[in-house]
Design a protein around this ligand. Sequence first.
Ligand SMILES: [Zn+2]
Length: 231
Amino acid sequence: MLTLFSLKYGKISAGTGINERGKGKNALAMRPFTHGRYELFKNRDTYNINSAEVIRSYYGIGEDPDKYMTCAYILEFTEKLLPEEEPSPRLFSLLTEFFSVMEQRKNRFLTLVIAYQLKALAICGHAPALDGCIRCGSRETASLLDVKEGGIVCQACAEKYPSNNTKDSLIYEINFGIVNILRYFLDHPLSSFEKLALDPPLEKLLRAIIKDYIEYHLDVGPLKSEAFLPM
Ligand SMILES: [Zn+2]
């Protein structure tokens, strides 16, 4: 069985007799990180791939183990996010854009993972609300990010929060800079992040925030490839 993500039909599981280790044009299109054209045959509820050809192969991804593991993680995350046979054209273009940017990139892959997952959250309707305090609407400088409530909290409202926040409360202390980075990631295409890399401490904090966001708001469950993600 193979999982395809198609522009028109979304996620499709299909069987095939084509061996990916073969040398023909069909076989090449069975490899991971390949954008291709697939001819499917539907028999009752199952699909079978009859023939396939490569449109674009992101072969550069396989040249670096860290890069490969990062892309495998993003694939697994995206697969878990997609319901069967429901089109998601925005996620489809985000994924192809991600591979394209990753292919060119030499290091600091985690910045792109953060940007990708934040954009995926936005596509699913769970982008953090950054335009004003989620409690009072004030546009004063934010001092907290409340993951459960889904947005930023101003200084005045933050003072009313209990001071002994535990890790389970999913509340982060943030500043103007963090809000601006989140905003920048949401407003710009991945393709413009080719040379962008966050400072490691900032990267670590944003990674924790986005991870909590995903765990709380999206139904993806644990990802096997996460253990191999280069940090
Ligand atoms: Zn407020």
